[in-house]
Design a protein around this ligand. Structure first.
Ligand code: COA
Ligand code: MG
Length: 334
């Protein structure tokens, strides 16, 4: 049955799906439309790739403070090692031990000799999400979602999309728009900046001058459809100062977190993507000010000499929510 399904023709993406999301469909995936999927309880500040063929890394990850782990079957695994890596990854995910860390398996593209078997194996292993590489068109997400449906995958397996080709950037809105329908399972975009640099022939210099337009395009697509979005990796893993700068850069652009390649990158990244004490204090002041009876019906107030609108209240509540959920997560894993 699975084989028959896998070889059936693909459903073409209907451009009409780019229309604004029907509220009922979108709300199935997003509890709070203003806050987005991240507000369903998961922080994705630090997301560590691990080569699926590296048993030591898979074991070590059980004690690393990353919010999420990507068990990679794709770029980090040599062709000859792929079948064994799939076995190792699926066994590791099934046997667990990763606590509250979000577990993601990156499969090979379906067009490769390994993609379909990766998807079947991942579906059986039941990670939190499957990361689809080299997404170029909305149909790439829809196809994987339909295959998961054919495999009777549990509803709680999400899809993440790698945005790593020029076509993905051109189609960012259409790809993100697949999230309108819950059956497409999309909840997160992941920037693949190394691939984008290669494909575009740009240079990775000057505060990512060439990369910023791609990041910004994908960020607005993610925000328009209430998805999370993660920045690309920083290759120079022994340079903590450079990593911090790039994390700050990503956070300033609006990223929810960053993908990482080495354990040493996790703590600095968590730090940068957590609200600072100053941000939390300011957020609490805004919340307290709007709770004053005299401000209950006001749209705009003044706090410490600054104009504060109700939209700032929404931002303040989000900041406090994130800070509290990080605190709870850290207390639970201490
Ligand atoms: N996840 C978990 N553990 C990792 C890790 C990772 N991504 N990278 C390294 N480690 C572990 C090592 O196993 C080693 O553990 P040990 O000291 O307990 O034995 C420790 O961290 C130190 O590793 P180190 O010697 O500094 O790194 P390395 O030279 O062996 O490897 C890389 C460097 C870049 C090859 C390796 O970090 C890596 O493979 N990263 C992920 C690459 C990837 O997945 N790329 C695809 C997406 S871009
Ligand atoms: Mg790639």
């Amino acid at each position: 049955m699975v084989e028959t399904f896998l070889h059936s023709p693909l459903t073409p993406f209907n451009v009409a799906q780019l229309a604004p999301a029907p509220a009922s469909a979108m709300l199935r995936r997003t509890k709070n439309k203003t806050w987005g999927v991240a507000m369903q309880g998961r922080q994705r500040r630090s997301v560590l790739y691990m080569p699926g063929s590296n048993e030591r890394a898979l074991e070590k990850a059980k004690s690393l403070p990353a919010d999420a782990l990507i068990f990679d079957l794709e770029d980090a695994v040599a062709p000859d090692a792929k079948p064994l890596a799939r076995e190792k990854v699926c066994d590791a995910v099934k046997s667990g031990g990763y606590g509250s860390r979000e577990i993601v398996i990156r499969i090979n593209a379906l067009e490769t000799p390994w993609g379909t078997k990766d998807l079947i194996g991942a579906c059986e292993a039941r990670p939190d999400a499957i990361l689809v590489p080299k997404v170029a068109h909305p149909g790439d997400i829809i196809t994987v979602a339909k295959m998961l449906q054919g495999l009777h995958a549990p509803d709680d397996i999400s899809l993440w999309a790698m945005m790593e080709t020029p076509m993905a950037i051109l189609n960012a809105r259409a790809i993100a728009a697949t999230a309108v329908y819950a059956e497409n399972r999309l909840c997160c975009l992941v920037m693949g900046t190394n691939d984008l640099l290669k494909e575009s022939r740009a240079r990775a210099l000057h505060n990512r001058f060439a990369v910023v337009p791609w990041l910004a395009t994908a960020i607005v697509a993610a925000r328009a459809y209430y998805l999370d979005i993660l920045d690309g990796v920083y290759n120079d893993f022994s340079n903590e100062c450079g990593l911090r700068e790039e994390c700050e850069h990503g956070r300033t652009l609006g990223m929810d977190g960053k993908t990482l390649i080495h354990p040493s990158q996790i703590s600095p990244c968590n730090e940068v993507f957590s609200p600072t004490q100053e941000e939390v204090d300011w957020a609490r002041k805004i919340i307290a000010a709007f709770r004053q009876p005299e401000n209950a019906k006001k749209g705009v107030i003044v706090v410490e000499g600054r104009m504060v609108e109700r939209l700032h209240l929404g931002m303040a509540e989000r900041t406090v929510y994130i800070a509290e959920s990080i605190h709870e997560m850290e207390a639970a894993s201490a």
